[in-house]
Design a protein around this ligand. Structure first.
Ligand code: ARG
Length: 459
């Protein structure tokens, strides 16, 4: 088959080489964007008089016919046509004949492919923002129901201080809010048109780049044609923002996996998000949470893959850049589905409130309460810390807990301790009293939830 660029070639192409060079197996994901870009370009060519109005009309109709065939899944892509651009141009040729050859006036595949990817990512990032918003909404709804659900707060995965379960959920709300902001801010660097940068240097034809940019809904155009065709920062930024977000999701998933283990039993995931074992009949595994944790690996890998491709690349277009697509598309699919799964899992999980709260009763997560109690009564905090530390050691030797130490014993340590100590040591009190801004006290958590509700409503 003759290549669309075959004029200066004498030798025949070899299929295994064609295969190595082709991107159609993956860039067919950009077919709709490619047609959209061509429709804008041909409209501009007609508008500026670079081609006749009737030719522009014919090409437009041809592209619309190809668009319809794409929607009806009637197109068969071929490796001989290398990539999505040459495949679509070939289909156009089949529709309208040689006039199809005028479409490529004043443009190159270099600005064409960049345009396709800007269009693609603009949609994907908008979808990502919507899905993060939905997930944040789910978090807030769940948090509303669990302001007074007490759980152990951890540091070093050791019981640290009791907290409100809602407070824990709202920590993820904070992370996801920043993720959403990052994606939103990145939009302005995606929303730029490279169309008309041509191969690298612009074109001699009197094109109107602003016209085609407007047609495509872009807010601005690249100001430098070399930059326009070789910039992949917007993809890096997408991969980087996706990596940070996935990292957040993995932290949450790790906790979900722990929480539904036999040792914790804090939550139960619904059957939808769990799977069984082929040998152990009792198993209900949190596979979806594990997979999100696992799939973060490919998202991080895609970021590093593209950084490595771009490192040291001279300007402007190099075929290396064709390696920008698979990671981008794979990441898009991974993050969108991961967000749906997260929202579903959190929305439907069952919380074992009693077990959660009970696990704060047979532990030393109230040790800070005792130290604070003494400090509030005038004992220097460092000294209080020492006193309580010794008592904890003594309790561990006697297999007992601070709330079980008799008042006489407390008073023999220091008369500062009175019988209200037992209220102070209760985990509910410990949570309730943490009124400091952003703390886990019920009032603070309620305020945070209200603020988040208003924030979500305003988005
Ligand atoms: N398939 C190519 C890519 O994805 C399109 C651009 C080809 N440009 C070129 N000069 N060979 O990068």
């Amino acid at each position: 088959m003759k290549k669309l660029w075959g004029g200066r070639f004498e030798g025949k192409s070899e299929s295994w080489i064609d295969e190595f060079g082709a991107s159609i197996s993956f860039d067919q994901a950009l077919a709709a964007q490619d047609i959209q870009g061509s429709l804008a370009h041909v409209k501009m060519l007609g508008h500026t008089g670079i081609i006749h109005a009737d030719e522009a009309e014919t090409i437009k109709n041809g592209l619309l016919a190809v668009q319809e065939k794409l929607a009806n899944e009637e197109l068969t892509f071929s490796i001989e046509n290398e990539d999505i651009h040459l495949n679509i141009e070939t289909f156009l040729h089949q529709e309208i004949g040689t006039v199809a050859g005028k479409l490529h006036t004043g443009r190159s595949r270099n600005d064409q492919v960049a345009t396709d990817m800007h269009l693609y990512l603009k949609t994907i990032v908008q979808q990502t923002i919507e899905k993060i918003h939905t997930f944040r909404h789910v978090l807030v709804e769940k948090a509303e129901k669990h302001v007074e659900t007490i759980m152990p707060g951890y540091t070093h995965l050791q019981h640290a201080q009791p907290i409100s379960f809602a407070h824990h959920l709202m920590a993820y709300y904070g992370m996801l809010t920043r993720d959403q902001e990052r994606f939103s801010e990145s939009l302005k660097r995606i929303d730029i048109s490279p169309l008309g940068c041509a191969a690298l240097a612009g074109t001699t034809f009197p094109i109107d780049r602003e016209y085609s940019a407007k047609e495509l809904g872009f807010s601005s155009v690249y100001e430098n044609s070399l930059d326009g065709v070789s910039d992949r920062d917007f993809i890096l930024e997408f991969l980087s923002n996706s990596s940070i977000m996935m990292m957040h999701l993995t932290r949450f998933c790790e906790e979900l996996i722990l929480w539904c283990s036999h040792e914790f039993q804090f939550i139960e995931l619904t059957d939808t998000f769990s799977t069984g074992s082929s040998i152990m009949p009792q198993k209900k595994n949190p596979d979806m949470a594990e997979l999100i944790r696992g799939k973060s690996g490919r998202v991080f890998g895609n970021l590093f893959g593209l950084l490595t491709v771009l490192k040291g690349l001279p300007l402007a277009y190099n075929k290396d850049l064709q390696e920008d697509k698979e990671g981008m598309i794979d990441t898009a699919h991974t993050i969108l589905t991961s967000l749906d799964i997260m929202a579903g899992m959190i929305d439907t999980m069952k919380i074992n409130e009693e077990i959660m709260e009970k696990s704060t009763e047979k532990d030393f997560s109230n040790a800070t309460e005792l130290a604070d109690y003494l400090a509030a009564k005038g004992m220097p905090f460092r000294q209080a810390h020492e006193v309580v530390g010794k008592l904890v050691l003594e309790c561990t030797k006697r297999s007992t807990y601070l709330q079980d130490v008799p008042l006489e014993e407390y008073q023999s340590i220091t008369p500062l301790i009175e019988k209200d100590i037992y209220t102070a040591l209760a985990s509910r009190t410990a949570v309730e009293r943490r009124h400091s801004l952003g703390g886990t006290g019920f009032e603070q958590v309620t305020a945070a939830i209200n603020k988040a509700t208003a924030q979500l409503a305003g988005e």
